[in-house]
Ligand binder design. Sequence first.
Ligand SMILES: Cc1cc2nc3c(=O)[nH]c(=O)nc-3n(C[C@H](O)[C@H](O)[C@H](O)COP(=O)(O)OP(=O)(O)OC[C@H]3O[C@@H](n4cnc5c(N)ncnc54)[C@H](O)[C@@H]3O)c2cc1C
Length: 512
Amino acid sequence: MAAMQTSYDVVILGGAFSGASAAILLRREAPSLKVLIVEKAEAFDAKVGEATTEMSAMFITRRLAMWHHLEAEHLPKEGLRYWFSNPKVTGHTNATEAGGFLRSSVPSFQLRPDTLDEYLLATAVREGAELLRPAKIREAELRGFDNRLTIEVDGATREINCRWVIDATGRVNFLGRKLEIIDRNDEHPIASMWCRWRDVRNIDDLAARDGALATRNIGSRRLSTNHYMGWGYWIWVIPLGNGETSIGVVFDKRLVELHQSRNRAEDFIAFLKAIPSLAELLEGATPRLDDFRFYSHLPYVTRQYMGNGWALIGDAAAFLDPYYSPGLDHAAFSVEATVDIIKRDAAGEKLDERIAEHNVTFLRSYHRFFNAAYRDKYYYMGEADLLSASFILDTAHYYIFVVMPAYRFMKKFFWMPVLGPKPAFVSYHLMSFYNRRFKEIAINRRAAGESGMRNDARRYKAYFNLNVAPFHMVARGLKLWALAELDNVRLAVKRVFRKKRADPMLIAKNQP
Ligand SMILES: Cc1cc2nc3c(=O)[nH]c(=O)nc-3n(C[C@H](O)[C@H](O)[C@H](O)COP(=O)(O)OP(=O)(O)OC[C@H]3O[C@@H](n4cnc5c(N)ncnc54)[C@H](O)[C@@H]3O)c2cc1C
């Protein structure tokens, strides 16, 4: 066995999606760099993170050149789909549905993350990265571009020097915690529980037995990320390439109290089965309780992404909310931007301005994205028209300003994170505005005892393509918003006549 080196250009802590893809790009594009990956897990577990977006799919297919792997081991994804309920809803047939009508024309995928991560890591090693596994980073002394790391492997410790250390340890946040730069996002108190299920019924076959439901859609519904929505929560249903189905709930702890449960797995299953349309899919299905997981608080963010000789990528830097599946997008953007800066360093470029811009852009993206798309969104997740308007408008923004420029104009994956560029302030303010309005309207409806009135028997269609569809979606979303505002005026008049002066927020909170 060759003696282990003690000096590297780049050491990457964590060899899953972010760490392995950074290693692959560095080895391919700067082959003179010596790269070491330190991965704690002997084998990756199933974890979560199954749905790509259009951009994370572009990163895996076009940047990492892994179409073959995605096609062999994973499933294509057919956009986002939402199901709503109210007391009239008895199943999918009479539930309000929002989502793609035709197949999506932009590729995205439903992944098994452990399979993908193993493949990425094996590729990184094949392309010349060294790997210590299982091995754990114990200590890091950051000294400008001359870092010293202590790594535990086979019960012994090794000292390693490197110019760059990249933290890709995910929620462990190894470097961020050491530097004390990770902040919990307490303004967004969301939690999640999930597990994989076997023998979940195929929604397209259910639809085929019910003519009316089948004719409401052309593409595959099962291959969408199906969401089941309600006041304070959303549930994902994602089909996997091995025949299992990933099902999980994300909820706002101010509105749903599942986190207080003493029998979490049991209460989680009961919670899912209480939704009639979802219960249709779960008839005869078995949850894999060995896979049941609970995260009590999801979001956090670093105060700095990069310094001289160190960088945080993927979940090691930040996590916001799995709604819209932005996790791998953020991982891909931060990997791409970090690799670019390290390559420039290797070419002898001065980095001060680039590192400063990198930090500003990624932090601006996190905070804008939170305010524009996520802050208090869980207050209107149970209102079909409001949630559909926001989904349609948010998706149109994503297509027009991120996906279309990458595919149609730049014709390549580009590192800019969502809402990161300065000029994106227009989208940022517009999105934040309608997000605030939808919350307020939902609270007014709840206070008036009119929650979820549009949650049965409606169909809000979306289209995912790179032509005019995103612009039609803008018009469609604005129309839904305008109608909701008009209806809100009716509620205000009703309140005046009822002479109810009570704070609608308080009344809404006290509703069951
Ligand atoms: C409920 C939920 C649902 C999600 N759904 C989606 C989704 O549908 N789509 C999506 O894009 N994203 C989703 N995500 C986010 C997605 O899972 C993450 O963004 C993604 O896994 C991040 O990859 P990563 O490589 O940065 O971190 P991780 O996958 O967490 O990898 C970190 C690696 O570091 C290793 N490590 C940790 N500590 C050490 C140490 N001390 N020494 C050495 N190695 C170490 C670990 O073993 C691990 O392999 C979801 C997240 C949650 C919580």
